[in-house]
Design a protein around this ligand. Structure first.
Ligand SMILES: [Zn+2]
Length: 273
């Protein structure tokens, strides 16, 4: 994970996709310090619980993987797909349920989108996901190894698609047919509500295509990142971000959505530059 982080840090520094509003180092400081509670919970609480639950699956033969006969690789793929699909649904819930949005808005309030945004999660969101994602570890019947493998790829994918790395367009367009890429996720962080309400997938991008929640036709240089009602960067200090879910959450301010539909390319399903 550290190596992936360093590699992506260098890549997005050399080839930048979207213009920044904030200075890069300032962002790293805010997002890294703000992530300490969530990161601590993830490493010492969330991951061990996921692995323990998977060990229970193995011990008691719980979950879908124990209900049918197939090659272990097939079962591994099935467990992986179930975990990735349920994370897609979890991400939708984080946007649609006001109680979960309280926590997820901390992540979306970032005025820029780059590698450091991949760290910017409130610890409350992490606690909620233990129950939800833990339940689907039990349902899938994933083994401890499968869970660990999924979590490693989940974290790697999160770093990758939040990065501000400008990949050659043709390569990204092809890659995006299978996995979530920086341009695709950049649209999810837009201040325009309809754009934020799209592209929820984490690793595989086909969940969005299957459910018609993919919106790929927005040029990256037109995107304004953030949440319009939280557009004053100076108030978004580490202390404020940590207490944000416990304050009155501001409704999405439509007035700031300055850009009209004109900027959309005709086909929603084709990734724009
Ligand atoms: Zn989101």
């Amino acid at each position: 994970m550290v190596l992936a982080f360093i590699g992506l840090y260098i890549a997005e520094g050399r080839s930048q996709l979207r213009k920044r509003k904030q200075e890069r180092n300032k962002r790293i400081i805010i997002n890294t310090i703000g992530s300490i509670p969530a990161f601590t919970l993830l490493r010492f609480f969330f991951l061990p619980i996921m692995v323990k639950l998977a060990m229970k699956n193995q011990h008691f033969k719980l979950g879908l993987n124990y209900r049918y006969n197939a090659h272990p690789i097939v079962k591994g793929i099935m467990a992986f797909l179930i975990m990735d699909y349920t994370n897609y649904l979890w991400h939708i819930l984080n946007h649609k349920l006001p109680f979960l949005w309280r926590f997820h808005v901390v992540h979306h309030s970032d005025p820029d989108l780059d590698l450091s945004t991949a760290l910017r999660f409130h610890f409350g969101e992490m606690i909620g996901s233990v129950f939800y994602r833990g339940a689907f570890v039990l349902v899938s019947g994933a083994s401890a190894l499968q869970v660990l493998l999924y979590e490693i790829l989940f974290e790697g994918a999160t770093q990758f698609h939040h990065s501000n790395w400008k990949l050659p367009y043709k390569i990204e367009k092809n890659l995006n047919k299978l996995i979530v890429t920086p341009r695709m996720h950049g649209i999810h962080h837009s201040i325009i509500k309809e754009e934020t309400d799209s592209n929820y997938s984490v690793i595989f991008s086909f969940w969005d295509r299957m459910h018609n929640t993919a919106r790929l036709n927005v040029n990256q240089d037109l995107i304004i990142t953030g949440v319009p009602s939280y557009s004053n960067h100076d108030e978004l200090t580490v202390a404020y971000l940590l207490k944000m879910p416990f304050t009155k959450i501001r409704p999405w301010n439509k007035e700031f959505e300055a850009r009209g539909n004109k900027s959309y390319l005709p086909d929603k399903g084709i990734l724009a530059k």
